[in-house]
Write a protein that binds this ligand. Structure first.
Ligand code: GYE
Length: 323
Protein backbone atom coordinates (compact mmCIF):
# COMPACT_ATOMS: atom_id res chain seq x y z
CA UNK A 1 0.00 0.00 0.00
CA UNK A 2 2.82 2.38 0.99
CA UNK A 3 4.52 1.71 -2.41
CA UNK A 4 1.34 2.56 -4.33
CA UNK A 5 0.95 5.72 -2.29
CA UNK A 6 4.56 6.66 -3.02
CA UNK A 7 3.95 6.30 -6.77
CA UNK A 8 0.74 8.30 -6.55
CA UNK A 9 2.40 11.06 -4.57
CA UNK A 10 5.31 11.23 -7.06
CA UNK A 11 2.72 11.50 -9.85
CA UNK A 12 1.04 14.24 -7.93
CA UNK A 13 4.30 16.14 -7.43
CA UNK A 14 5.15 15.71 -11.13
CA UNK A 15 1.77 17.20 -11.90
CA UNK A 16 2.78 20.31 -9.96
CA UNK A 17 0.74 19.83 -6.81
CA UNK A 18 1.64 21.99 -3.85
CA UNK A 19 2.51 20.19 -0.63
CA UNK A 20 2.84 22.34 2.41
CA UNK A 21 1.96 22.44 6.09
CA UNK A 22 -1.11 24.58 5.68
CA UNK A 23 -0.47 26.79 2.71
CA UNK A 24 -0.47 26.00 -0.97
CA UNK A 25 2.18 27.53 -3.23
CA UNK A 26 1.06 29.78 -6.08
CA UNK A 27 0.64 28.28 -9.54
CA UNK A 28 -0.92 30.10 -12.48
CA UNK A 29 -4.75 30.31 -12.44
CA UNK A 30 -7.08 31.71 -15.13
CA UNK A 31 -6.21 28.70 -17.28
CA UNK A 32 -9.88 27.90 -18.03
CA UNK A 33 -9.45 24.82 -15.82
CA UNK A 34 -11.46 23.96 -12.73
CA UNK A 35 -9.17 25.40 -10.05
CA UNK A 36 -9.68 23.73 -6.66
CA UNK A 37 -8.00 24.33 -3.31
CA UNK A 38 -8.19 21.41 -0.86
CA UNK A 39 -7.21 21.75 2.83
CA UNK A 40 -6.52 18.18 3.98
CA UNK A 41 -6.26 17.26 7.67
CA UNK A 42 -3.03 15.29 7.52
CA UNK A 43 -1.88 11.65 7.46
CA UNK A 44 -3.24 10.23 10.73
CA UNK A 45 -4.66 7.03 9.24
CA UNK A 46 -4.57 4.64 6.32
CA UNK A 47 -8.05 5.89 5.50
CA UNK A 48 -6.84 9.47 5.15
CA UNK A 49 -3.88 8.45 3.02
CA UNK A 50 -6.31 6.65 0.70
CA UNK A 51 -8.53 9.73 0.43
CA UNK A 52 -5.51 11.94 -0.37
CA UNK A 53 -4.29 9.45 -2.98
CA UNK A 54 -7.78 9.32 -4.50
CA UNK A 55 -7.94 13.12 -4.87
CA UNK A 56 -4.44 13.52 -6.28
CA UNK A 57 -4.65 10.52 -8.58
CA UNK A 58 -7.97 11.76 -10.03
CA UNK A 59 -6.59 15.30 -10.54
CA UNK A 60 -3.38 13.99 -12.11
CA UNK A 61 -5.43 11.96 -14.60
CA UNK A 62 -7.46 15.07 -15.51
CA UNK A 63 -4.63 17.58 -15.57
CA UNK A 64 -6.00 19.30 -18.71
CA UNK A 65 -9.23 20.27 -16.94
CA UNK A 66 -8.39 20.28 -13.20
CA UNK A 67 -5.80 22.33 -11.29
CA UNK A 68 -5.60 21.05 -7.70
CA UNK A 69 -3.88 23.03 -4.96
CA UNK A 70 -3.39 20.64 -2.06
CA UNK A 71 -2.37 21.59 1.50
CA UNK A 72 -1.54 19.06 4.25
CA UNK A 73 -2.37 20.71 7.61
CA UNK A 74 -0.54 18.10 9.70
CA UNK A 75 -3.60 17.72 12.00
CA UNK A 76 -3.67 21.43 12.89
CA UNK A 77 -6.79 23.55 12.41
CA UNK A 78 -4.68 26.72 12.17
CA UNK A 79 -2.86 25.25 9.17
CA UNK A 80 -6.17 24.46 7.46
CA UNK A 81 -7.32 28.04 8.07
CA UNK A 82 -4.00 29.35 6.68
CA UNK A 83 -4.44 27.19 3.58
CA UNK A 84 -8.01 28.41 3.06
CA UNK A 85 -6.80 32.03 3.17
CA UNK A 86 -4.12 31.22 0.60
CA UNK A 87 -6.78 29.69 -1.66
CA UNK A 88 -8.83 32.91 -1.35
CA UNK A 89 -5.76 34.93 -2.37
CA UNK A 90 -5.29 32.63 -5.37
CA UNK A 91 -8.90 33.15 -6.42
CA UNK A 92 -9.66 29.42 -6.78
CA UNK A 93 -13.05 28.37 -8.16
CA UNK A 94 -13.95 26.00 -5.28
CA UNK A 95 -12.51 25.22 -1.84
CA UNK A 96 -12.64 21.71 -0.36
CA UNK A 97 -12.17 21.15 3.37
CA UNK A 98 -12.07 18.11 5.65
CA UNK A 99 -12.57 19.98 8.95
CA UNK A 100 -10.33 18.39 11.57
CA UNK A 101 -12.80 19.51 14.28
CA UNK A 102 -16.38 20.80 14.12
CA UNK A 103 -15.92 24.28 15.57
CA UNK A 104 -13.78 27.40 14.92
CA UNK A 105 -14.57 27.86 11.22
CA UNK A 106 -17.08 30.73 11.13
CA UNK A 107 -14.66 33.61 10.59
CA UNK A 108 -12.59 32.08 7.79
CA UNK A 109 -15.64 30.63 6.01
CA UNK A 110 -17.27 34.08 6.15
CA UNK A 111 -14.15 35.43 4.38
CA UNK A 112 -14.57 32.67 1.76
CA UNK A 113 -18.24 33.56 1.32
CA UNK A 114 -17.37 37.25 0.90
CA UNK A 115 -14.86 36.21 -1.78
CA UNK A 116 -17.71 34.42 -3.58
CA UNK A 117 -16.02 30.99 -3.47
CA UNK A 118 -18.21 27.91 -2.79
CA UNK A 119 -17.08 25.39 -0.14
CA UNK A 120 -17.39 21.60 -0.12
CA UNK A 121 -16.99 19.71 3.19
CA UNK A 122 -15.41 16.34 2.52
CA UNK A 123 -15.65 13.39 4.93
CA UNK A 124 -16.22 15.53 8.01
CA UNK A 125 -18.52 18.46 8.77
CA UNK A 126 -18.12 21.81 10.51
CA UNK A 127 -20.74 23.28 12.83
CA UNK A 128 -21.49 26.44 10.83
CA UNK A 129 -24.46 28.18 9.25
CA UNK A 130 -25.75 26.48 6.09
CA UNK A 131 -24.92 29.62 4.09
CA UNK A 132 -21.18 29.01 4.61
CA UNK A 133 -20.91 25.77 2.62
CA UNK A 134 -22.54 24.30 -0.49
CA UNK A 135 -22.58 20.59 0.36
CA UNK A 136 -21.15 17.82 2.56
CA UNK A 137 -19.84 14.73 0.79
CA UNK A 138 -19.46 11.89 3.26
CA UNK A 139 -20.91 8.99 5.15
CA UNK A 140 -23.71 8.72 7.69
CA UNK A 141 -21.46 8.41 10.75
CA UNK A 142 -24.36 7.92 13.19
CA UNK A 143 -25.55 4.97 11.09
CA UNK A 144 -22.00 3.59 11.04
CA UNK A 145 -21.98 3.72 14.87
CA UNK A 146 -25.43 2.09 15.02
CA UNK A 147 -24.32 -0.70 12.68
CA UNK A 148 -21.16 -1.22 14.77
CA UNK A 149 -23.28 -1.59 17.92
CA UNK A 150 -25.53 -4.22 16.31
CA UNK A 151 -22.44 -6.15 15.23
CA UNK A 152 -20.97 -5.96 18.77
CA UNK A 153 -24.31 -7.11 20.22
CA UNK A 154 -24.31 -10.08 17.83
CA UNK A 155 -20.70 -11.04 18.64
CA UNK A 156 -21.32 -10.95 22.43
CA UNK A 157 -24.86 -12.38 22.31
CA UNK A 158 -26.03 -9.18 23.97
CA UNK A 159 -23.89 -9.56 27.09
CA UNK A 160 -20.41 -8.47 28.17
CA UNK A 161 -18.08 -5.61 29.10
CA UNK A 162 -16.34 -3.59 26.40
CA UNK A 163 -14.09 -0.58 25.88
CA UNK A 164 -14.30 2.17 23.25
CA UNK A 165 -11.49 3.90 21.34
CA UNK A 166 -12.76 7.33 20.25
CA UNK A 167 -11.57 9.38 17.29
CA UNK A 168 -10.16 12.91 17.37
CA UNK A 169 -11.73 14.99 20.16
CA UNK A 170 -14.22 17.45 18.64
CA UNK A 171 -14.37 15.84 15.21
CA UNK A 172 -17.90 15.47 13.82
CA UNK A 173 -17.19 11.89 12.75
CA UNK A 174 -16.05 10.91 16.28
CA UNK A 175 -19.05 12.60 17.92
CA UNK A 176 -21.49 10.86 15.56
CA UNK A 177 -19.87 7.40 15.68
CA UNK A 178 -19.94 7.61 19.48
CA UNK A 179 -23.54 8.77 19.63
CA UNK A 180 -24.75 6.11 17.18
CA UNK A 181 -22.91 3.31 18.96
CA UNK A 182 -23.50 4.26 22.62
CA UNK A 183 -27.22 5.02 22.10
CA UNK A 184 -27.81 1.72 20.31
CA UNK A 185 -25.94 -0.27 22.95
CA UNK A 186 -27.97 1.41 25.71
CA UNK A 187 -31.31 0.88 23.93
CA UNK A 188 -30.86 -2.53 22.31
CA UNK A 189 -28.17 -4.29 24.37
CA UNK A 190 -28.55 -3.34 28.08
CA UNK A 191 -26.50 -6.43 28.94
CA UNK A 192 -23.40 -4.80 27.39
CA UNK A 193 -21.48 -2.36 29.60
CA UNK A 194 -18.95 0.18 28.27
CA UNK A 195 -16.21 0.10 30.94
CA UNK A 196 -14.17 2.95 29.46
CA UNK A 197 -14.11 5.27 26.43
CA UNK A 198 -11.08 7.36 25.50
CA UNK A 199 -9.64 9.06 22.43
CA UNK A 200 -6.90 7.39 20.41
CA UNK A 201 -7.01 10.33 17.95
CA UNK A 202 -7.72 8.01 15.00
CA UNK A 203 -4.14 6.74 14.96
CA UNK A 204 -2.66 3.28 15.50
CA UNK A 205 0.05 4.15 18.05
CA UNK A 206 -2.36 6.04 20.32
CA UNK A 207 -4.95 3.27 19.95
CA UNK A 208 -2.40 0.76 21.22
CA UNK A 209 -1.43 3.03 24.12
CA UNK A 210 -5.04 3.52 25.25
CA UNK A 211 -5.79 -0.21 24.96
CA UNK A 212 -2.71 -0.98 27.09
CA UNK A 213 -4.09 1.28 29.81
CA UNK A 214 -7.57 -0.28 29.53
CA UNK A 215 -6.02 -3.76 29.86
CA UNK A 216 -4.06 -2.65 32.94
CA UNK A 217 -7.27 -1.31 34.52
CA UNK A 218 -9.84 -3.92 33.48
CA UNK A 219 -7.77 -6.94 32.36
CA UNK A 220 -9.73 -9.99 31.29
CA UNK A 221 -13.06 -8.30 32.18
CA UNK A 222 -12.86 -6.77 28.69
CA UNK A 223 -14.70 -8.96 26.15
CA UNK A 224 -14.87 -6.49 23.25
CA UNK A 225 -13.31 -3.34 21.82
CA UNK A 226 -15.07 -0.81 19.55
CA UNK A 227 -12.86 1.59 17.62
CA UNK A 228 -14.06 4.66 15.73
CA UNK A 229 -11.59 3.61 13.06
CA UNK A 230 -9.69 0.46 12.05
CA UNK A 231 -6.23 1.95 12.65
CA UNK A 232 -6.83 2.36 16.40
CA UNK A 233 -8.15 -1.21 16.66
CA UNK A 234 -5.09 -2.50 14.78
CA UNK A 235 -3.03 -0.85 17.53
CA UNK A 236 -5.33 -2.37 20.17
CA UNK A 237 -4.81 -5.83 18.65
CA UNK A 238 -1.07 -5.44 19.23
CA UNK A 239 -1.71 -4.52 22.88
CA UNK A 240 -4.11 -7.45 23.36
CA UNK A 241 -1.52 -9.91 22.02
CA UNK A 242 1.25 -8.40 24.17
CA UNK A 243 -1.05 -8.92 27.19
CA UNK A 244 -1.20 -12.64 26.34
CA UNK A 245 -4.83 -12.56 25.17
CA UNK A 246 -6.30 -13.59 21.79
CA UNK A 247 -7.77 -10.69 19.77
CA UNK A 248 -10.85 -11.75 17.82
CA UNK A 249 -11.55 -14.47 20.39
CA UNK A 250 -10.89 -13.44 24.03
CA UNK A 251 -11.65 -9.83 23.01
CA UNK A 252 -13.79 -9.33 19.90
CA UNK A 253 -13.26 -6.27 17.71
CA UNK A 254 -15.59 -3.97 15.80
CA UNK A 255 -14.27 -0.91 13.96
CA UNK A 256 -15.01 1.42 11.06
CA UNK A 257 -13.30 2.26 7.74
CA UNK A 258 -12.60 -1.04 5.95
CA UNK A 259 -8.86 -0.54 5.36
CA UNK A 260 -6.77 -3.46 4.08
CA UNK A 261 -5.03 -3.96 7.43
CA UNK A 262 -8.26 -4.91 9.18
CA UNK A 263 -9.14 -7.40 6.42
CA UNK A 264 -5.73 -8.99 6.95
CA UNK A 265 -6.40 -9.14 10.70
CA UNK A 266 -9.86 -10.66 10.14
CA UNK A 267 -8.40 -13.24 7.73
CA UNK A 268 -5.85 -14.11 10.44
CA UNK A 269 -8.65 -14.55 13.01
CA UNK A 270 -7.54 -11.50 15.04
CA UNK A 271 -10.41 -9.14 14.23
CA UNK A 272 -14.14 -9.64 13.71
CA UNK A 273 -15.99 -6.82 11.92
CA UNK A 274 -15.33 -3.63 10.00
CA UNK A 275 -18.04 -1.17 8.95
CA UNK A 276 -16.94 0.33 5.63
CA UNK A 277 -16.44 4.10 5.26
CA UNK A 278 -15.45 4.89 1.67
CA UNK A 279 -12.42 7.26 1.33
CA UNK A 280 -12.32 7.08 -2.48
CA UNK A 281 -14.40 10.25 -2.79
CA UNK A 282 -12.52 12.02 -5.59
CA UNK A 283 -15.05 11.38 -8.40
CA UNK A 284 -17.93 12.74 -6.30
CA UNK A 285 -15.80 15.62 -5.03
CA UNK A 286 -14.57 16.89 -8.40
CA UNK A 287 -18.01 16.41 -10.00
CA UNK A 288 -19.53 18.53 -7.24
CA UNK A 289 -16.80 21.17 -7.71
CA UNK A 290 -17.46 21.29 -11.46
CA UNK A 291 -21.21 21.59 -10.83
CA UNK A 292 -20.65 24.45 -8.39
CA UNK A 293 -18.40 26.25 -10.87
CA UNK A 294 -21.20 25.84 -13.44
CA UNK A 295 -23.58 27.51 -10.99
CA UNK A 296 -25.61 24.41 -10.14
CA UNK A 297 -27.25 23.90 -6.73
CA UNK A 298 -26.26 20.66 -5.00
CA UNK A 299 -27.99 18.55 -2.34
CA UNK A 300 -26.87 19.63 1.15
CA UNK A 301 -25.52 16.10 1.76
CA UNK A 302 -24.08 13.75 -0.89
CA UNK A 303 -23.89 10.39 0.90
CA UNK A 304 -21.41 7.62 0.14
CA UNK A 305 -22.75 4.05 0.10
CA UNK A 306 -20.98 1.49 2.27
CA UNK A 307 -21.15 -2.13 3.42
CA UNK A 308 -20.34 -4.19 6.51
CA UNK A 309 -17.56 -6.79 6.31
CA UNK A 310 -16.99 -9.73 8.67
CA UNK A 311 -14.20 -12.24 9.35
CA UNK A 312 -15.99 -15.13 7.58
CA UNK A 313 -15.53 -13.53 4.13
CA UNK A 314 -12.35 -11.50 4.77
CA UNK A 315 -9.93 -13.75 2.86
CA UNK A 316 -12.21 -13.61 -0.19
CA UNK A 317 -12.80 -9.85 0.13
CA UNK A 318 -9.14 -8.91 0.66
CA UNK A 319 -7.99 -9.03 -3.00
CA UNK A 320 -10.86 -6.74 -4.00
CA UNK A 321 -10.04 -4.00 -1.48
CA UNK A 322 -8.74 -0.76 -3.06
CA UNK A 323 -7.39 0.96 0.11
O1 GYE B 1 -12.78 7.14 9.68
C1 GYE B 1 -10.52 7.94 10.03
C2 GYE B 1 -9.84 9.24 9.67
O2 GYE B 1 -13.08 11.59 8.72
C3 GYE B 1 -14.23 9.58 8.01
O3 GYE B 1 -10.90 10.21 9.66
C4 GYE B 1 -12.88 10.22 8.35
C5 GYE B 1 -12.16 9.53 9.48
C6 GYE B 1 -11.80 8.05 9.25
O4 GYE B 1 -8.83 9.58 10.53
O5 GYE B 1 -9.73 6.81 9.75
Amino acid sequence: MKKILGILLCLALAAGFAFANGSAEKTETGSGKLVVGFAQIGQESGWRDAETASLQWYASRNIDTIELHFADAQQKQENQIKAIRSFIDMGVDVIGLAPVVETGWDAVLMEVKEAGIPVIFLDREADVDDSLYATFIGSDFILEGQNAAVEMGRLLNGKGKIVELEGTVGASVANDRKAGFDDTIAKQFPGIEILGSQTGDFNRAKGKEVMESFLKTYGSEIKGVYGHNDDMVLGAIEAIKEAGLKPGKDIVTVSIDGVKGVFEAMAAGEANVTVECNPLLAPQFFQAAADLKAGKTLPRWIKSDEGIYRADTAAKDLPTRQY
